[in-house]
Write a protein that binds this ligand. Sequence first.
Ligand SMILES: [Zn+2]
Length: 327
Amino acid sequence: MADKEKKLRFLFLFFLISFYFVANYYFEKPQEEIQKVELRETSPVIQEEKKENLEVKDEVKSNNKNNVETDASDAGLKIYFVDVGQADCILISNNGKYVLIDAGNNDDGKKLVSYFKSLGVQNFQYVIGTHAHEDHIGGMDDIIYNFSISHFFMPDVVTTTKTFEDVLDALEAKNIAFETPNINDSFTMGDIYFTVLWVGHDKTDLNDTSIVVRATYKETSYLFMGDAPSQVEKGLLDKHIESDLLKVGHHGSQYSSSAQFLKKVDPKYAIIQVGRNNIYSHPKQVVLDKLNRMDVKVYRTDQDGTIIVSSDGKNMKFDTVQTDTNG
Ligand SMILES: [Zn+2]
């Protein structure tokens, strides 16, 4: 019996040990596998979460970038060289404030009013009619009737054209004073500083009377020539006319943009406001050649449509759009 009992105890012990190992094998191994599976499942999730975080960060970054750009355009400078065919019209905006230089031909007036209203313009701090030619003040009466204007500038040269009389009538109806600035006068709008470099009084050629204005916005500068010819340019050579951007005088005519003048201005960018297939063949090749030789980047309203320059005060960005204002 004792032997049998020993055998049974041994067998029991054997089974117990075997059971332990078998149980260990069947219960622990799967646990390891489960752990591995869990790890495998977890790690991609973690990776994805990290990826998502990165993406979120990227989104935040790009949002910031957008914000910076939006802030720059909201608080910064925007200049619209509006395509009005063979005519000038320049809208300058900063912080919801506006300056207008010229208003296109007679037929452009109503189109300009709706374009400016679509941009949110209600009031102009300054409106400048550079000189009394129709392609600069043609649409001005519509502007005067449809917006409030704090200051209206023109040369004090009286002409008898209907276009000019329409402007005077509109000013009278809206009780707005006709002001003529003096050379070296300056004024500000928001962070933009304007200096009047020229205003002429000789009415034999109205182009000579063009109000020439230089604007600076932080580190950037802009020169608006109206239709000033080379003899006016000559008188500006001893003034501070160096500018990043030049609104080329007189639609790119050969009577403006002398080599000496362009050299002194030394622009990086030039804007020519000019009509498609205009009868004057503006801009003249001789002017384009001079600008090309100086490596100036040229934008033209006849080819580019309305040209919008945005600046944060350091960099300048150019956008071109087609607007309903084109002549
Ligand atoms: Zn003109």
